[in-house]
Unconditional design. Structure first.
Length: 120
């Protein structure tokens, strides 16, 4: 199996975050860890603390931008669509990206549109 077939959301997200942090160090980015398998006690604790199913994977505060990472063929769940619609409705830029390259392209376009005057 070649590397393209082995791509995962984890790999695409990890490489995009690394690219942002390396090439645009003045722009902060962080992951929102809502997914993953957890024990019942751990899941209940996190839910009580505010973890919500469907919240997008990444947030870039300076760009007011949420990104949901998927791989080609990945489906956006109803809860993810609900969060994306809500966040877009209150003024955030929201997108679903199916590769690190797509995320990079969207990021650069938003940077250019907002004309922040931020150099790497």
């Amino acid at each position: 199996m070649d590397d393209v077939k082995k791509r995962s959301e984890h790999v695409e997200q990890r490489e995009f975050v690394s690219w942002v942090r390396t090439n645009h160090p003045k722009i902060k980015i962080f992951a929102i860890p809502n997914g993953g398998l957890r024990g019942i006690a751990s899941a209940a604790k996190l839910k009580a603390e505010g973890v919500s199913a469907g919240v997008p994977d990444l947030f870039i505060p300076r760009l007011k931008m949420f990104i949901e990472m998927k791989i080609t063929g990945g489906k956006v769940s109803d809860s993810q669509n609900g969060w994306l619609d809500y966040l877009a409705g209150i003024g955030y830029t929201c997108c679903v990206c199916y590769s690190k390259e797509e995320a990079m392209s969207v990021f650069l376009n938003i940077m250019a549109d907002k004309d922040l005057g931020i150099n790497p």
